[in-house]
Design a binder for this molecule. Structure first.
Ligand code: HEM
Length: 410
């Protein structure tokens, strides 16, 4: 361990490959200097249809100013900084010896881009008529806060928010650094409301990525929207021209739910019961009654006069066939927090994130169906809730949210 951390330090300092005692390059699980770079600019924001890496640092902010120019300047400053951060470059000026400290806090110098994506969102509370920002008339109907749902026990201090940044990276420190420095940029006009870290993606972006397992030990993301299928993305994820408002065209909406998994309850179920709860085989990920992970589930199959995939199985209730054809793009992460204070149990679960064209038609339809009688419900509690409009991507020299300020809407 000592050897590899010393060698890693050397690698960072020199920027060249690291040689082991045997002359073989030491392999690191995440890229360092030569890490993958994902462009910040583009028609859609990154962090939605880009392959999910394994680390998440999510932050929600409250805007402390009621001046629209402050909001615009913040979105512009965040976008400018995000182009550098996603390129793995420090925020200028480097080595600035100012009273307030250097703009870049420095913990990722030499780490490279590490596939960092920064996805910026606007919460419903920004458009509240009681605010003096003057944008209430631009509120998308799809951003109307979600109603209370059965089975949730929400911590409101860790829910909602005026603004959000989803930072995803192959390197946890790169994701942390982005939130750290973007929070400092926001400081005069916006304050952190809540943060959530996540490890191990629980989704796939397309079938070219292997399906990961979530904390219940099952493959998660098998039957997700393949992000390389443009027609399906257009149908279910991107806001189409004509959906309204115009400033959200090519954007999307993000729902986040911190879902605690009662691991002690779940772990005590025999594997066959766990499989009937999900509707899939634990090892292979195949639907019950099938052989391979990507075999389609047969929701009509019966055994001894009973549905082979039980009536209350998670995948049956979440399937488009039972939700007016609705689908969502899931892109969540596992999380663990300090011990559950009352029970002393592990406090862990799924930080569920999904993207869709209209959360009221899509997430809400599916979640209502699940809340009714998903067999998984006795093992989980939804503890937070947030909804954000994710504006379209920006072009070079533009900024995320620009369409809101130059819209013909309203
Ligand atoms: C801790 C909570 C949850 C766990 C552990 C969980 C786990 C799983 C697993 C193991 C699968 C099967 C593999 C796959 O297709 O990805 C699945 C499928 C799915 N889940 Fe969840 N899930 C949770 C919460 C939710 C929520 C809140 C929603 C949406 C409201 C949701 C929507 C879906 C959908 C749409 C599918 C695919 C169904 C299909 O086959 O058509 N899940 N989930």
């Amino acid at each position: 361990l000592l050897l590899s951390s010393a060698a890693a330090g050397l690698g960072v300092a020199t920027g060249f490959g690291i040689a082991s005692l045997h002359g073989e390059p030491l392999k690191r699980s995440s890229p360092t200097v030569a890490g993958e770079r994902i462009a910040f600019y583009g028609p859609h924001q990154a962090g939605i249809d880009t392959p999910p890496p394994n680390h998440l640092h999510f932050a929600a902010f409250d805007l402390t100013s009621d001046n629209l120019t402050d909001l615009r300047d913040l979105l512009s400053a965040w976008s400018e900084a995000a182009t550098l951060l996603t390129a793995g470059e420090p925020l200028p000026p480097q080595n600035a010896n100012t009273e307030t400290g250097p703009p870049d806090t420095g913990e990722t110098i030499g780490s490279g881009p590490s596939a960092l994506t920064l996805t910026i969102g606007l919460g419903p509370s920004l458009f509240d008529t009681r605010r003096h920002l003057g944008i209430a008339h631009l509120m998308p109907a799809a951003l109307t806060p979600l109603p209370a749902l059965p089975g949730e026990n929400l911590d409101h201090s860790r829910s909602g928010g005026d603004l959000a940044i989803q930072a995803c990276s192959t390197d946890a420190q790169v994701a942390f650094h982005a939130i750290h420095d973007l929070t400092r940029i926001a400081a005069p006009v916006a304050a952190l409301r809540w943060t959530q870290t996540g490890f191990n993606r629980t989704s796939t972006s397309s079938q070219t990525q292997p399906t990961p397992r979530n904390l219940i030990g099952f493959k998660d993301g098998t039957n997700n929207i393949p992000t390389n299928d443009q027609a399906t993305m257009r149908r279910y994820v991107w806001v189409n021209p004509g959906d309204g408002p115009e400033w959200m065209s090519e954007g999307t909406y993000m729902v986040t739910r911190r879902i605690q998994i009662l691991l002690d309850v779940w772990d005590a179920n025999p594997t066959t019961d766990q499989e009937r709860t999900i509707g899939r085989h634990k090892l292979s990920g195949a639907p019950l009654g099938a052989q391979h992970e990507h075999d389609p589930p047969d929701l009509t199959a019966e055994t001894n006069g009973q549905p082979l995939i039980p009536a209350d199985a998670h995948i049956r209730l979440a399937a488009p066939q039972n939700n007016n054809g609705q689908r969502i793009l899931r892109r969540g992460y596992s999380y663990t927090d300090p011990l559950e204070p009352t029970s002393g149990q592990l406090n862990a679960g799924l930080f569920f994130i999904c993207f869709q064209r209209n959360p009221h038609k899509q997430f809400l339809t599916i979640q209502r169906r699940l809340a009714e009688n998903d067999a998984l419900n006795k093992n989980i509690i939804h503890t937070t809730n947030a909804l954000f409009a994710i504006p379209p991507g920006a072009h070079h020299k533009g900024y995320i949210g620009e369409t809101l300020f130059h819209t013909k809407d309203g």
